[in-house]
Design a protein around this ligand. Sequence first.
Ligand code: GLA
Length: 406
Amino acid sequence: MRGELLNRFKEVYGDAEGADVFFAPGRVNLIGEHTDYNGGHVFPCALEIGTYAAARLRDDRKLRFYSANFPEAGVTETSLDDVVSGENAVDYKNRKLMWTDYPKGIIWTFTQNPHYKKLVKKDGKLLIDRGMDILYYGTIPNGSGLSSSASIEVLTAYIIKELYNIDISLKDIALLSQYAENKYVGVNCGIMDQFAVAMGKKNHAIFLDTSTLHFEYAPLNLGEYKIVIANTNKRRGLGDSKYNERRSQCEEALRRLHAVVDADTLGDLTGEEFETYKDAIKDETLTRRARHAVYENQRTIDAVEALKADDLQRFGRLMNESHISLRDDYEVTGIELDTLVEAAWKQEGVIGARMTGAGFGGCTVNIVHRDYIDAFEKNVGSVYSERTGLKADFYAVDVGGGPCRL
Ligand code: GLA
């Protein structure tokens, strides 16, 4: 991949002198959906598919971006001064989102957020003082819910750390990338995606408490089983989805619960506590949203316990329950995701299946016995196209590590 990227870089920018190649993964969440902005637990892992980039520093303040995934868009040229002034960011609601807003948002955050600005200043001068040429190439299907955006963000932050010699931890890279997504891109996401991408570890999933950022790597000993991702090929645009609406519904439910219970987040409540206090929410929809957040958090804790006890069957049942709750209480699935998951549940060799990511399209995650993967893809694929008229894609994936220089 390194050689290919450098060749492409040369074609696009004339020469590849001084360029180096970097990678950041995508992620799949095994369980713990829509819990991260509710102070609950998540259990994602990084994938071997992700985003590659060849990048180099320039002598002037120009910034040039090119994506081999969108060659028709050509090279986007801007300057450090334009990005740092942050004009785009302020008006994000009124502009069309471009893929280059992800890398720009990272540079903007490094130079505008007071916390990160401290890290990029030395002797009163900004370390980010020269432009860059970057060529990106992603192997994650866009809008599939496998965090292609977090992957570009974390990759760009990692490139900046490496090229300008900035002393920033991977955990801070995750937080910085989330800030860029919230404030520059305008999607009010939680920390899960950026954290999973920045902190990924080969063959491990990350059990993260999103209220404290305490985390633990859990070995993914799936034995004869593999993670199979199924893509609905129904694009999921977070910005125009109901993501932000779900988030505010949870906030409203918590606000109402405060009349009767002292909890910082929905993730602080046990199922029992929720049943005791839920009448204070006084709205059927908000109650279902909050119920999902509370019980999904508990399921995530239980699932990690099951994995540690080598009880894969229980892990799978919890995945299935997660999907049902996302379908009925949180209402973020839809016919495409439900068809894929419900067909998966009926297949031989399947331990568990659920939607993954924000929902409303995107992908499902399935734990499938390796001997049954072919049959799984064939059967689920044909049920899916019959029912929806769309073609599903399947990827049997391996769990990869975090960002690196190749
Ligand atoms: C998206 C967001 C995450 C998380 C998931 C749902 O992927 O970026 O922060 O909220 O949806 O679990």
